[in-house]
Design a protein around this ligand. Structure first.
Ligand SMILES: *Cc1c(COP(=O)(O)O)cnc(C)c1O
Length: 388
């Protein structure tokens, strides 16, 4: 069997043509397709504003700056995430801390969050920002988190890198109903892709203006924002310290075309999800949970197996050319974070999850034979090697 990765893009002729068309046009970097893609993101999610950027990490970084995160502040996030959800705090020289996960969705545990906030309030160490991660595409308990943010006064960034196309309380993730900013990633393994790419969505016009300026060096060409009188028609001002975090116009054209297919992609993932659940229900495997008020975008299919056999199962699947993966090593275990002083076993649930988890392949373009092979391979392992 040909190597089966855990995630893969789904690109068709229409996507290719969309990119080629832009390559033949006058605009290669940020041009009309950026605005078109941003409008399409707003229409799809019902967020008021969207800012397309180079990648989700850049979107997280700019969001932290736009929300005013400094070296005086704390940023909290989940330990079961890609390192970028935490690194964005360090980019701003803020202090980063982790809130343990719940063991059904593997998202940030709202009760643990509340306890930690009560304690932090007493010590005067409340976070300025909490980055909640919709792990595997399943939304966090946003209503409860929003309530806590009003009680304790912190900003909320939704890291929805996994959750493009997902829903919470019948509203698309990205609408930012319960948060200040929502982040999307368009990396090829995610739900839709632009190669590299990301976006920040918000309903707050001030944040939107800041994000847009920060994406291009902190430069404005808007006369109303000028500090000084314009020298002439060429004039622009740098009013903030921003970055070059722009997305190219051909990436945006790809993104807009991919976005049209989001619901179809998620539906394909749902079919794969259902097939896995049916196939593995009889084995001693913990399968992902989906809450009633959530449509998960199903970026990942993490299973939990006996910790003592995880490595053996992982290696056996890898030997069969199945590109299993582990999402994620708790961020505080990374050497860089260890140097910042985090204990090796900082969050018990995250540690327990990490000891058992394996991500199985799931993506819209996963061929049926490949899916059947994954199911057969893991089933065979359980039939032959594990006493049930
Ligand atoms: C992929 C990912 C990111 C970073 O996305 P890039 O677009 O590669 O920068 C951030 N957070 C999470 C949870 C991710 O999975």
């Amino acid at each position: 069997m040909k190597y089966i990765p855990y995630g893969h893009q789904s690109i068709d002729e229409e996507d290719i043509n969309a990119v080629v068309q832009v390559l033949k046009s006058d605009w290669l970097t940020q041009g009309p397709n950026i605005e078109f893609f941003e409008k399409a993101l707003c229409a799809y999610t019902s967020a008021k504003f969207a800012v397309a950027v180079a990648n989700a990490t850049a979107a997280l970084h700019l969001s932290c700056i736009a929300l005013g995160l400094t070296s005086e502040d704390y940023l909290w996030t989940s330990p079961i995430t890609f390192v970028a959800s935490a690194n964005c705090g360090l980019y701003c020289n803020a202090k980063v801390d982790f809130v343990d996960i719940e063991l059904d969705t593997y998202n940030i545990d709202v009760d643990v969050l509340e306890e930690k906030l009560v304690f932090a309030e007493k010590n005067g160490k409340l976070p300025k920002i909490v980055v909640v991660v919709h792990f595997a595409g399943h939304s966090c308990k946003m209503e409860a988190i929003k309530k806590l943010s009003m009680r304790f006064g912190f900003y909320i960034i939704e890291d929805a890198s996994h959750a493009v196309g997902g829903e919470y309380n019948n509203v698309k993730v990205g609408a930012s109903v319960y948060s200040d900013i929502t982040i999307f990633s368009f990396h090829p393994v995610k739900i839709i892709t632009t190669g590299e790419g990301g976006a920040a969505l918000t309903n707050n016009v001030e944040l939107y203006d800041k994000l847009k300026k920060l994406r291009t060096h902190g430069i404005t060409k808007n006369v109303n924002e000028f500090v000084n009188v314009a020298d002439g028609p060429w004039y622009y001002e740098q009013v903030d310290l921003g970055y070059n975090y722009r997305m190219t116009d051909f990436q945006a054209a790809l993104g807009a075309n991919q976005l049209k297919k989001t619901d179809r992609f998620v539906q394909k993932r749902q079919e794969i999800f259902a097939y896995y659940v049916r196939s593995f229900a009889k084995y001693d495997i913990k399968l992902p949970t989906i809450r009633d008020n959530v449509v998960s975008a199903l970026h990942l299919f993490p299973i939990l197996v006996d910790a003592k056999r995880r490595r053996e199962i992982f290696e056996e699947l890898l030997r069969l050319n199945i590109g299993v993966n582990v999402h994620y090593i708790p961020v505080y275990k990374q050497p860089y974070y260890q140097r910042l002083g985090f204990p090796k076993c900082y969050c018990p649930n995250a540690d327990q999850y990490y000891a058992c988890t394996i991500s199985l392949p799931i993506y819209a373009s996963l061929p049926e034979e490949a899916l059947a092979f994954v199911v057969r391979s893991l089933s065979t392992f359980y039939e032959c090697n594990v006493a049930v």
